[in-house]
Design a protein around this ligand. Structure first.
Ligand code: ZN
Length: 396
């Protein structure tokens, strides 16, 4: 199939005008001026459209896309966890499956082609495995009581044996405060990129820093023993030798200078979720510090339990609005090139280039007075989506 468009943003160089992308099987074979392609083969013309790399959503929980009621922020992270746990218990497997299917449609609409999706033990992976999307399914391991944590880990190892061509399945620790260190160590002993909620909330910071606050009290009430050292969440993991190399730090909202050094030394990426960040009314995300420290920052949506949308196009708009350091081009880089780096898949995805997977989306070029990057950032919906050479969503 040959895809022709007036504008192609490859993220490998300047915007290409009147070029075409030749896709064979699941890969891109060649990108060249349209006139160099003969009339042979299936040619699809996209007038007034920009083709660009599929967006990489580095953090999502698609299983939370159909909660029985909307979840207004109750004013505290701990109250939110409590509320979410209660609502999840009310959901039947059919509700969860319907939620995942809703989530998949919303992800595709918003430009995601690759997703790093967290799933709980017991959730059926089939709706996601059967979807057009590709990426990583992270099986979340929780538990600060040994038997419970060990049990979850063993179940996750069984789920990991599921064979799939498009998704890797990786057990991952949920967060530093929610998993017993010895099981954390076992889960983290892998060369796969792990995905861990670290330094997400002020309550988590207070728990590790002061052994105080709502999260500390919540864990005590549950009969679980929080860590007894006065330190940051990042320092806690590093001190115990638990900070995995090249992992994804999900959120990373509350870090001190020394934490930045650890994140940088471990070659970790940070995943910022703009919609979820706003929902929780977190302190300002320290984007400038990460950029100064040359730490890779990618984007994610988080779930519909803490974000009004699963659109990555919308996350880019929010990030651009919030941070004067960003331009339309650099924010798109976060959702493509940086996402690929975070998932350790730079050779496969993140840019449009011969030899890479044909993960391509299209958005309308509506405003002739603005650049292609500006037009992308004005788009709410991807009118076209191809994943591994297969059309997943419409024709512009
Ligand atoms: Zn999350």
């Amino acid at each position: 199939m040959i895809l022709k468009a007036p504008y192609i943003v490859t993220m490998e160089g300047p915007v290409l005008k009147d070029h075409a992308i030749w896709v064979e099987g699941e890969k891109i074979v060649r990108i060249a001026p349209q006139k160099e392609f003969s009339k042979n083969g299936e040619i699809v013309d996209f007038p007034n459209t920009i083709l660009l790399p599929g967006l990489i959503n580095c953090h999502c929980h698609s299983e939370l896309s159909q909660l029985p009621e909307s979840l207004p922020y109750p004013g505290s992270f701990v109250l939110w966890i409590d509320q979410l746990t209660r609502l999840k218990l009310q959901m039947s497997p059919t509700d969860t499956e319907a939620g995942i299917k809703t989530g998949i449609q919303k992800l595709l609409e918003g430009g995601t082609t690759t997703v790093a999706d967290h799933m709980s033990i017991g959730t059926d992976l089939k709706p996601l495995l059967d979807s057009p999307l590709e990426g990583i399914i992270y099986i979340e391991i929780l538990g600060v009581e040994k038997q419970r944590a060990e049990n979850f880990y063993q179940q996750a190892l069984k789920i990991q044996k599921t064979k799939d061509d498009k998704f890797k399945i990786i057990p991952t620790p949920h967060a530093p405060y929610s998993l017993l260190p010895e099981i954390f160590a076992a889960v983290a002993s892998t060369d796969q990129p792990l995905s861990i909620h670290i330094a997400e909330s002020a309550e988590e910071f207070l728990l590790f820093q002061e052994n105080a606050g709502p999260l500390f009290e919540f864990l005590q009430l549950k009969g679980k023993t929080p860590p007894a050292n006065k330190e940051t969440p990042v320092h806690y993991l590093e001190r115990l030798g638990l900070f995995p190399d090249r992992c994804m730090v999900i959120h990373g909202n509350y870090l001190e200078d020394a934490d930045m050094t650890i994140v940088s030394r471990r070659k970790a990426s940070v995943v910022h979720c703009p919609g979820s960040h706003a929902y929780f009314e977190q302190d300002r995300f320290p984007l400038g510090f990460f950029l100064d420290a040359e730490i890779n920052v990618a984007l994610g949506t988080d779930s519909l339990a803490s974000n009004e949308t699963l659109s990555m196009l919308r996350q880019m708009q929010m990030a651009l609005k919030n941070y004067s350091e960003l331009t339309p081009e650099s924010v798109l880089k976060m959702a493509t090139v940086h996402g690929a780096k975070a998932l350790l898949r730079e050779n496969e995805i993140g840019t449009l280039k011969a030899g890479k997977l044909a993960n391509i989306i299209g958005v309308p070029f509506r405003n002739a007075g603005r650049s292609a990057y500006d037009n992308i950032l004005l788009s709410e919906i991807a009118c076209f989506s191809m994943i591994r050479g297969i059309v997943a969503r419409g024709i512009c």
